[in-house]
Design a binder for this molecule. Structure first.
Ligand code: NAP
Ligand code: GCO
Length: 268
């Protein structure tokens, strides 16, 4: 039994989690540290990186932070080269950084659409492309793309985000197809609705003190009748980063509390 359980350990592994000063990335990176990994993260602004470093330190995690915009290929190449030189080859990459713009499609500018595609789809390509060569040399690697319910479903106002996350599902499958021969596994995690700053506007208490209509809607669509917490992604994320998942490739693991399986609670 002891041998089998060790397959879930990340001891000696170096993990880069993008956009991980807070939110889902921070929860996943914290779990990786608890499983034994060395944590490297980036964010777009120094003050965010500093905030993240302090938050990790508060949990006893000596993380390495980089200021890097994941949409900037040169900056990403420089960051990865610096990590490899000063910390070591990246064993685990989590493409977590992401944005959303909730705008009706006919009111969204092409530039706004492009910005979402750039962060949520182009950036996972850019960062994966930067880390794969050294993973090939090292003889193994794990890439985990943070997908979404919108990798499978649409809804009003999130056209760019759904297009990006649908594309990210297929990029995941293509990295699996192209690099599986080098013992690189590329999988996705599709979170349901998680309590983070990104979804805070959807949970705001209304002026009359009632819950946000979307909050009520999502709870009715979730069998457990609640939003999920970032920490609930930790177990699936550790599994997909560990040797225990070496035979899992090209898979999107939905951690959604059952939303995709459920028609929704009947009103009234
Ligand atoms: P969040 O709270 O908004 O955090 C996103 C992080 O990514 C922030 O630290 C953000 O930094 C960073 N980031 C944004 N653009 C970046 C860029 N160009 N370069 C580097 N970092 C960048 O979001 P979250 O809820 O934790 O979501 C994390 C991931 O999970 C996203 O990919 C999201 O699409 C996905 N997801 C979220 C949910 C959910 O319900 N929350 C569900 C499914 C999937 P700034 O603060 O500077 O923008
Ligand atoms: C939205 C939400 C969702 C979540 C997540 C669901 O506006 O519908 O932001 O998109 O972020 O992606 O899996």
């Amino acid at each position: 039994m002891a041998g089998f359980v060790n397959n879930f350990s990340l001891e000696g592994k170096i993990a880069l989690v993008t956009g991980a000063s807070y939110g889902i990335g921070f929860a996943i990176a914290s779990a990786y540290a608890e499983a034994g990994a060395t944590i490297v993260f980036n964010d777009i602004r120094q003050e965010l990186v500093d905030k993240g470093l302090a938050a990790y330190a508060e949990k006893g995690i000596a993380a390495h932070g980089y200021v890097c915009d994941v949409t900037d290929e040169n900056a990403v190449q420089e960051m990865v080269a610096d990590i490899e030189k000063n910390i070591g080859v990246i064993d685990i990459l989590v493409n977590n950084a992401g944005i959303i713009k909730r705008i009706p499609m006919t009111e969204m500018t092409a530039e706004e659409f492009r910005q979402v595609i750039d962060v949520d789809l182009n950036a996972p390509f850019i960062v994966s492309k930067a880390v794969i060569p050294s993973m090939i040399k090292k003889g193994h690697g794990k890439i985990i793309n943070i997908c979404s319910m919108m990798s499978e479903l649409g809804r009003e106002t999130v056209s760019a985000y759904a297009a990006a996350k649908g594309g990210l599902k297929m990029l995941t499958r293509n990295i699996c197809s192209e690099y599986g021969q080098y013992n690189i596994q590329c999988n996705g995690i599709g979170p349901g609705y998680i309590e983070t700053p990104q979804t805070a506007p959807l949970r705001e208490i209304q002026p009359d003190g009632s819950r946000h209509p979307f909050d009520q809607f999502i709870c009715a669509k979730t069998p457990a009748n609640r939003w999920l917490k970032p920490e609930e992604l930790a177990g699936p994320a550790v599994f997909l980063a560990s040797d225990a998942s070496d035979a899992v490739n090209g898979h999107i693991l939905y951690v959604d509390g059952g939303i995709l399986a459920y028609i929704g609670k009947q009103p009234g």
